[in-house]
Design a protein around this ligand. Structure first.
Ligand code: PEP
Ligand code: MG
Length: 587
């Protein structure tokens, strides 16, 4: 039988072959079905049996999650078990069954109604339960409809599975057992969606943006996933398997050949020194990141302490997580970003449903509206800062008012710590992410009130070009080298320099050799990249002249289109690498 190749977007490098684990964690379609009066009691008994099965399954899942992720992460399943035994829920469903709805339709209707009620609630706790209700709805309907069990955490260790799903939310991702999973493939998503970022930080090969792999693949199918090429070969021939193994070995060899660059100084051929830091997404990745050759952390994404959990981490727990990263980097600077929850990074408990989450209640907006939660994080950061060179960074800023409001809350946090007699560092620098066109166009107002800028190109590109960063259909339109984006980066860099501020780029652009070349040309001297990209970025740095990059960037700024800018930059980079005796590695 011949194989079939599905093509998506390369999201995280590596080649693996393994069995497909389909993860269809979505509410199934329920066709309307009515029952006769004499079937009512039988249908109620079917409901009770399904509730019992769902609870037993939840107990298993809870124990497993506790072993894989910890007690906090497992607590959400307690909440879901409580929902299953809620007497009001049971009697509402029974009431509909007595009106001659089949058990599955009754479950579907009642849970839909409850979800809508909870989502609209003014009580935050109630709203947080909405996604638990959805999970219970999926679980109960799967039992009642006899559907295959797609539980995300139900994979034995060593399964070497390739998880294939529509969209792996961060909350699902953190539940996955890395000893059971070899790679991730999703129908949704792009290189800068959070599933891709997480996969890279977990070191799991990934292909995203496959559009319809979930419907084209079957559980147990063997596939070769190539995270570098962005392909999935389904039911490969023995020849294709052997060839994939060869490519895997070649890739490992070329990675090993590049590895030494990671530990070298980041100095261009014409003597301009750069700083290359690491992006740290998960606190337990800190040690690996610290050994990767990074000169500190340019971005710690703290929201991954929140996603996948039912409750917010308290102050002490946060201090421990931050200190873990700070200590791993032993005195080198660590830039910690305050919670960027919202958009596609949602906590397990759910969020109010929004029509446009990326334009919604996200990041600094949510933090300023929830001052107690925000101050807990600020207190934890101020305390952790006693152990190293910590800098605090605010995400998604659009106006200097937000910086001022955050600073007021930081002052309150300091007063609270003082009142409690707890030691903390008083002079922690506060900087902002420039990741909206508004921020880039307001750098003149922001600079005097900030200690540093960090350009988040994933969002900056999304908002400048009005291209959803997670929409696979728009992936080719997500063009970071668009002159409009380059212009915003250039003005941020120039204004920062005028005020003596450090200006870093911590978006995915910094991890891509060609784009790093463009950034250096725009005057950027600090890059923060995923740990696996450190070697290749440093290699580019040592193989170019900053002056040559600057002329290429000037030409790109004036190029008119992203395509032209890319062509000009690529030509200049190839010429520079060759001039310095380096292979252009297909740039
Ligand atoms: C960015 O937007 O570029 C960024 C670094 O932040 P995140 O990817 O977490 O939104
Ligand atoms: Mg961002």
């Amino acid at each position: 039988m011949s194989s079939q190749t599905l093509t998506g977007i390369p999201a995280s490098p590596g080649i693996v072959a393994g069995p497909v684990h389909l993860l269809r964690w979505e509410v199934p379609e329920v066709s309307p079905r009515t029952i006769d009066e004499e079937m009512v009691e039988g249908e109620i008994a079917r409901l009770h049996a399904a509730l019992g099965i769902a609870q037993a399954k939840l107990r298993q899942v809870r124990d497993r999650a506790e072993r894989n992720a910890g007690a906090e992460e497992a607590a959400i399943f307690d909440v879901q078990m409580e929902i299953c035994s809620d007497p009001d829920l049971k009697s509402s469903i029974e009431h509909l069954i007595r009106q001659h709805f089949a058990a599955e339709k009754a479950v579907d209707l009642v849970l839909l109604e409850w979800r809508q009620l909870f989502a609209r609630s003014t009580n935050a706790l109630m709203r947080e339960r909405t996604s638990d209700l959805t999970d219970v709805q999926i679980r109960l309907l799967s039992v009642l409809l006899g559907l295959p069990d797609h539980d995300p955490v139900d994979l034995p260790k060593g399964a070497n599975a390739i998880v294939v799903t529509h969209d792996l939310t961060p909350s699902l991702t953190v539940q996955l057992d890395r000893d059971a999973i070899a790679a991730i493939a999703t129908d949704a998503g792009t290189r800068t969606s959070h599933v891709a970022i997480l996969a890279r930080s977990l070191g799991l090969p990934a292909v995203v943006g496959l559009l319809d792999a979930v419907t084209r693949l079957q559980a147990g199918d063997t596939v070769i996933l190539d995270g570098t090429a962005g392909t999935l070969v389904v039911r490969p021939t023995s020849h294709e398997l052997a060839e994939a193994q060869q490519r895997q070995r070649r890739e490992q060899r070329s990675r090993a050949a590049l590895a030494h660059f990671a530990q070298e100084a980041a100095v261009t051929a014409d003597g301009v020194a750069l700083t290359v830091r690491a992006n740290v997404d998960l606190p337990d990745e800190a040690e690996h990141a610290a050994a990767s050759g990074a000169d500190g952390v340019g971005l710690m994404r703290t929201e991954f302490l929140v996603v996948g959990r039912a409750t917010m981490p308290d102050e002490d727990e946060q201090v421990a997580a931050y200190v873990n990263v700070i200590e791993a980097f032993g005195g080198r600077p660590v830039v910690i970003r305050t919670f960027d929850v919202g958009g596609d990074k949602l906590p397990m408990g759910g969020f109010p449903h929004e029509a446009n989450p990326f334009l919604g209640w996200r990041a600094i907006r949510m933090c300023l509206d929830e001052p107690e939660m925000f101050k807990t994080q600020l207190r934890a950061l101020l305390r952790a800062a006693l152990t190293g060179d910590v800098r605090i960074m605010l995400p998604l800023v659009v106006s200097v008012d937000e910086v001022r409001a955050a600073r007021r809350l930081m002052d309150e946090a300091k007063q609270e710590l003082t009142a409690r007699g707890i030691a903390f560092r008083h002079d922690v620098p506060l900087g902002v992410m420039v990741e909206t066109p508004a921020a880039a166009l307001s750098v003149e107002a922001l600079a005097p009130e900030c200690a540093f800028f960090s350009i988040g190109t994933n969002d900056l590109v999304q908002y400048t070009l009005a291209v959803d960063r997670g929409n696979a259909r728009l992936a080719t339109r997500f063009t970071p080298l668009h002159p409009a984006v380059l212009g915003l980066i250039a003005r941020t860099q120039a204004e920062g320099a005028k005020h003596g501020l450090e200006v870093c780029v911590c978006g995915e652009m910094a991890s891509e050799p060609l784009m790093a070349f463009a950034l250096i040309g725009l005057g950027i001297r600090q890059l923060s990249v995923s740990p696996i990209a450190i070697a290749s970025v440093k290699r580019i740095i040592t193989g170019i002249d900053a002056s040559g990059a600057a002329s290429a960037a000037r030409a790109a700024l004036a190029a008119g289109t992203a395509e032209r800018a890319e062509a000009l930059l690529a030509e200049a980079l190839r010429a520079q690498l060759r001039a310095h005796g380096m292979d252009d590695l297909g740039v």
